[in-house]
Design a protein around this ligand. Structure first.
Ligand code: MIG
Length: 799
């Protein structure tokens, strides 16, 4: 482990003078006389890879994180040899590499400095283990802020922090605790109103220091592997995040039910208990789409088996739940019980699929089933075998989703909580020790699980959730933030973690609502549900050992609040689904911290609590007990209070009163928010109207609505419906224009248009230039219109 003095370490080595370079297509390589090579690859005008070796040659280029289908190609590339430096210029940036010491700096085309080496690349040789500890330091600019890095339990702006990336089962983690379950070595820097990103694609244990050790220095280093990082230029944070997400990949659309409300506990058993939970949801009319089986459903915690005493006929049970609209999701852990009678163990042993120690014996560790061996998911043959194991669960029994836990990997009763570092891994044909494979083990497990579930769920879409993840895991799986605690502080943490995951490419994430460890008060649970319905993944989960955490474990008021907010989530499903579609298509984060929303407003740089849900809804949770309201920052622009429809001008901090059954929610003026009727589960109702909440604004605004069959793959063949709306508000007129794309015909035939904030009384309405007859009195009272969906222009004309 490296301590505070890493940058001053006397034994550090540095590149010497550059003695030659060559340029081949998109790559320029620079050679020093001490065998360092820097290979600069221009993937896009604003995406440049920097890869260093100290050996005089590069080892095989392999990454689990990079999505092979990411788009690359640049418009312009020019390499020039100046007196003191080489310059690589694209249509977005200039990169200068100093001849004397290989230090580099990057400028935009107006010569504004974006990123600059301090010591730059340096390294420490590691005699014991071989290879290098690779290090990088950059100077930090005045007022520079830092964001990203996945699920860190600390302030959104990482300035002043040192963070560690080493996937760890961190039960009941605390604020600022490091490291946690996931590893996303990607950060965003922001200074002079310009954003850039750094993705340090190195799976060894990594550290990031954002002006913690030294005020003007940002550094990052790894305990092994290569100094291999990608620089992404913005200048908008959106450009950085979407480019990063494109590079490391996007998921496919989840089935819509996966965006519903999920209920989990450790554990629901036996069958009658699970059925009671299901019945209670329907009785109380709290929508719910998925129920989870934690480890007790298995026979002695053996994966792919069932405890027949608790669940005598899983297939029948799963089918009965399905009839009532519930999908069943089951947990699967990586530890395979050492048991000669157990088919999974026998097969893996026979085929030699388990991880081995350096000297040959299988890696043995204790987890829930007792002594276990662990499949080497970094071996493609093992992944294929693992995928095949899901046949019975998915095809025969009808389970709809799989939950991968303990895949950091977690091992019990050992001080480092995981495998010893000498364990060997295939690493897809690049054999290595656990030092290198540790951080991606969980992702490779989730990947294998995803392929299995997908294969057997076909033609439906798979659903997978994982606890551990490395950058790129979003291609395969959703995730949750692990074992949090039922405290107000953890509600604060969850809010930030989800925003951070969202801008770190891994948007389909949620926290254990109410807290996993310990018992939430009704008030805390209510406040958590009020936030949780705005997280892409929305699940209540608890350890179950200190009382119940279903909504009805609390009093009537909390039950009503839960229903009200889960109902709201179900109404907003088309909005949420559209967010998801923008995420999978364009890499746009589903949750946007205020700094992402408006980086030019420095008021946003240190905000933590408020965020934008999708593009148009501003949400701010209540994070304290007994709150009668709170202070919050309304970002620049025009907003409406969701509850009162009152107009609110942004760009200021305000106090807002709230009731216990509300949290501050604002809608951007000009928006059109689509809503479905409340359903108890996705697909319960057939309905003939899509509600459109139209918020008047003086001027123009765009809104979009993506829909499809809600499951299956027809959307990839063009069977989707994409509506783009443009609102244009004038002093005495509101125009709504619609453009439709796609071959999917939605089930409804009408829009119910709710007019909000009109500054005038309506005199006339025209649809596609034809006078539309309406009942003045009802319109005045209800302020909505029912209109056939086929129109292209709606004119609302004032008195
Ligand atoms: O050692 O499966 O984070 O969600 O309920 C605990 C039991 C193992 C940890 C997971 C949690 C799950 C629990 N698991």
């Amino acid at each position: 482990m490296i301590t505070n003095t890493e940058l001053e370490y006397k034994g550090d080595l540095y590149p010497t003078k550059i003695v030659s370079y060559d340029h081949e297509v998109d790559s320029v390589s620079f050679y020093t006389d001490n065998s360092v090579i820097l290979k600069v690859t221009v993937l896009r005008d604003s995406l440049i890879r920097f890869r260093f070796t100290t050996k005089g040659y590069f080892s095989n280029d392999f990454s689990y994180a990079i999505d092979k289908s990411h788009t690359h190609g640049y418009n312009f590339l020019e390499v020039t040899d100046e007196d003191e430096y080489y310059q690589i210029k694209t249509s977005k940036v200039k990169c200068k590499i100093q001849k004397i010491d290989m230090r580099l700096s990057i400028f935009d085309l107006n010569d504004c400095i974006i990123l600059e080496d301090e010591l730059g690349f340096h390294w420490e040789e590691s005699y014991e283990l071989g290879g290098n500890i690779v290090k990088m330091s950059k100077t930090s600019k005045d007022g520079e802020c830092f964001y990203g890095l996945g699920d860190k339990a600390t302030q959104l702006n990482l300035k002043g922090k040192r963070l560690e990336n080493f996937a760890t089962d961190q039960y009941a983690f605390q604020k600022d605790q490091e490291p946690l379950y996931k590893v996303v070595p990607f950060y965003i820097g922001l200074h002079n109103k310009k954003s850039y990103g750094i993705f340090f694609d190195n799976t060894f244990r990594t550290y990031f220091d954002f002006c913690h050790e030294r005020r003007n220095v940002t550094s990052y280093w790894a305990e092994g592997g290569e100094m291999n990082y990608y620089f992404i230029y913005g200048p908008q944070m959106e450009d950085v995040v979407t480019t990063y997400t494109d590079l490391t990949g996007k998921p496919e659309l989840p089935p819509l039910w996966a965006l519903g409300y999920h209920q989990c506990k450790w554990s629901y058993y036996p069958e009658s208990n699970l059925k009671e939970v299901a019945a209670k949801f329907r009785e109380l009319k709290i929508p719910c789409d998925a129920l989870y089986l934690d480890i007790d459903y298995m026979e002695g915690f053996r994966c792919f088996t069932w405890n027949k005493e608790y669940f005598p006929d899983p297939k029948r049970m799963v089918a009965e739940l399905a009839e009532d609209g519930f999908k069943t999701v089951v947990i699967i852990d990586p530890g395979i019980k050492i048991d000669k009678e157990y088919f999974v163990y026998k097969e893996a042993l026979e085929k030699d699929y388990f991880c081995k120690r350096a000297d040959g014996p299988y890696m043995k560790g204790k987890v829930w089933p007792g002594e276990c061996n662990f499949p080497d998911y970094t071996n493609p043959v093992v992944r294929e075998w693992w995928a095949g194991l899901f046949k019975e669960l998915i095809s025969d029994i009808g389970v709809k989703g799989v939950w991968n836990d303990m895949n950091e990997p977690a091992v019990m009763e050992v001080p480092n909580k995981t495998f010893p570092m000498d364990v060997r891994h295939d690493y897809d044909g690049n054999p290595c020790s656990h030092r290198k494979a540790h951080n991606i083990y969980g992702t490779q497990m989730a990947r294998a699980t995803y392929h299995g579930v997908k294969r057997f769920a076909y033609p439906k879409r798979p659903f997978v959730i994982t606890r551990s993840a490395y950058a790129g895991a979003q291609r395969y799986s959703s995730s949750w933030t692990g074992d949090n605690i039922a405290t107000w502080e953890h509600l604060w943490i969850a809010n930030i973690q989800m925003q951070r995951m969202s801008i770190s490419g891994m948007g389909f994430t949620g926290s254990d609502i109410g807290g996993f460890a310990e018992q939430p008060s009704g008030e805390l649970y209510a406040r958590w549900i009020q936030l949780g319905v705005f997280h892409p993944f929305c699940r209540t989960h608890s350890s179950g050992d200190h009382g119940d955490q279903e909504p009805w474990a609390f009093d009537e008021e909390v039950i009503d609040i839960t229903r009200k907010f889960v109902n709201l989530r179900y109404q907003l499903l088309p909005y949420l689904y559209t967010m998801f579609w923008q995420y999978i298509e364009q890499g746009i984060p589903m949750l946007k911290p205020l700094v992402y929303f408006d980086q030019e407003d420095i008021q946003t740089h240190y905000r933590n609590d408020e965020f934008i849900f999708g593009n148009q809804i501003l949400v701010c949770p209540i994070l304290e007990p007994n709150a009668l309201g709170r202070r919050m920052y309304i970002p620049r622009g025009d907003w409406y209070n969701y509850w009162t429809n009152e107009y609110c001008k942004g760009g200021k901090e305000i106090w807002i009163d709230t009731k216990f059954d509300e949290i501050p929610i604002f809608v951007k003026a000009g928006s059109i928010i689509p809503k479905y009727p409340v359903q108890q589960y996705v697909g319960e109702l057939e309905f003939d109207e899509l509600s459109l909440d139209v918020y008047y604004k003086l001027g123009k605004e765009k809104s979009v609505v993506y829909e499809d069959a809600q499951d299956g793959y027809d959307y990839k063949k063009g069977r989707y419906s994409f509506l783009s709306f443009q609102t244009n508000g004038k002093n005495n007129e509101l125009i709504v224009q619609v453009h439709k794309e796609g071959k999917y015909d939605t089930q409804y035939s009408k829009y119910k248009i709710n007019l909000i904030g009109l500054p005038f009384a309506i005199k006339a309405i025209q649809i596609d230039n034809v006078e539309f007859l309406f009942d003045r009195e009802t319109l005045k009272k209800e302020s909505y219109l029912i209109v056939d969906k086929g129109f292209t222009a709606l004119h609302i004309i004032g008195e």
